[in-house]
Design a protein around this ligand. Sequence first.
Ligand code: SF4
Length: 349
Amino acid sequence: MKISDIIIDYYYKNKRELVWRNTKNPYFIWVSEIMLQQTRVNQAKDFFNRFISCFSDVQSLAEADENEVLKLWQGLGYYSRARNMHLSAKFIVNELKGSFPDKYKELLKLKGVGEYTAAAIASISFNEQIAAVDGNVYRVLSRLFDEHTPIDTAKGKKRFKELAAYMIEEQAPGDFNQAMMEFGATVCIPAKPNCNRCPVSTQCLALSKGTVLQLPLKKKALKVKNRYLHYLIIIDNNNTFLQKRKNNDIWKGLYEFPLIETQKLIKTQKLISGDDFRKLFKGKVHIEHVSEVIRHRLSHQLLHIWFYKIVAENFLEKTAFTSISVDELEKYPVPKVIEEYIRESILKN
Ligand code: SF4
């Protein structure tokens, strides 16, 4: 039996029941694939259900307000993906008369849809014979074929595409792609692959050569940048202040408290005597509480975050920020780390 047949057969017998697996609706597949790029299946299920119950088709997503879309995405991270989906939904409705693109090449024209997502939608929804190669699939292929070409190089991408194309031949493409993703997510997992119960272990070259845990190879080690974010929770009667992040940076489009970002770790005393802090307030400032540092890892950044609760009627920049009642805070789309702080340290008190 061919390796691909065995993996598909294993998938049919062991696949997890997921809402988006019972449909070929390209809109549903699109939403689920974008969500699954950044979160585990169990978590994605809830986000998917909430999203689909608010925006049940591409038309309703296109008509939504951006804040509404970001609010539903809150907690998933990678907010540019939500904004891109929103833009693409508008493009489909306005430019394509609501007709969802049904070819791999056409799908690639949607903002935020890369080769992997386009291949997933084209194969699952439209039966196009094209392999979808994501992180899971790179891992499975590199081990099955003991392939040591780094996956983050042009040569590696080409090589793995060839291997995937070879395997998908003569298979139902949607099932093959889902079977490979599921196999990588549940059997051939990164640190402790389940080689003992793997249905293709006798054909796995990396297993026979003892190279399983070395694969897949990457050329560039991931460089992580440290950032130091100091959020000021300025309480003015029952109001506080927010701003919308506009720059081309993390969390674009989400709201946050007034922020001072420093280049390195600094003590509270140094922060409040510095120019960035002093220009915000007139006279003496009473800092009621400083949170412990919260560390939040994004793909290429490690954020070190502090929240400073400040009671201040002498805040000078009131007009530069949106003044809102503390009770309204939960209505705004904010990064997950801020959402947790609001819930635990502002609304509970
Ligand atoms: Fe992956 Fe192990 Fe199966 Fe090889 S034998 S495909 S490494 S789970």
